[in-house]
Design a protein around this ligand. Sequence first.
Ligand code: 6JR
Length: 137
Amino acid sequence: MRSGIRRQKEYTDFLKSVPKLKDLPEEILNQVADNLDECHYTNGEYIIRQGARGDTFYIIAKGQVKVTKKDKKTSEEAVLRTLQKGDFFGERALQNEEVRTANIVADNKDGVDCLCLDRDSYTQLISSLGEVSLRQY
Ligand code: 6JR
């Protein structure tokens, strides 16, 4: 079994490869690493559903996801973009306590792994980073 310390080092190293997170102070990165959970999704699984309430922030550790949004008129889901390893999502519903603005669907035949952070940790450790919390699309 991996020890907690080894896992923390692995997560911290990974976080340092994420462009918008890597400049956080070491102490904050360590606290983020301490609070991360691993979440696994199968191909096609909805990680986030548009309109749902949400309390989780995600960083992709393996695979890619599709961001889709329902067209009000046609009710069809349009693909807005794909996100890949090192990209994050789910910040919007945490930022203003509103609902999820888009769907996030796992898009990798071997599945998608994310590192997940709960609302409290996000609020304490990451929300002050404008590059994450104020991201414009
Ligand atoms: N738009 C997550 C990635 C986009 C994007 C456009 C929008 C909103 P969440 O999808 O956080 O959950 O992290 O809401 O907690 O182009 N994402 N690309 N969201 N919203 C979201 C983001 C991520 C879903 C996007 C996103 C919009 C457009 C018009 C309101 C009105």
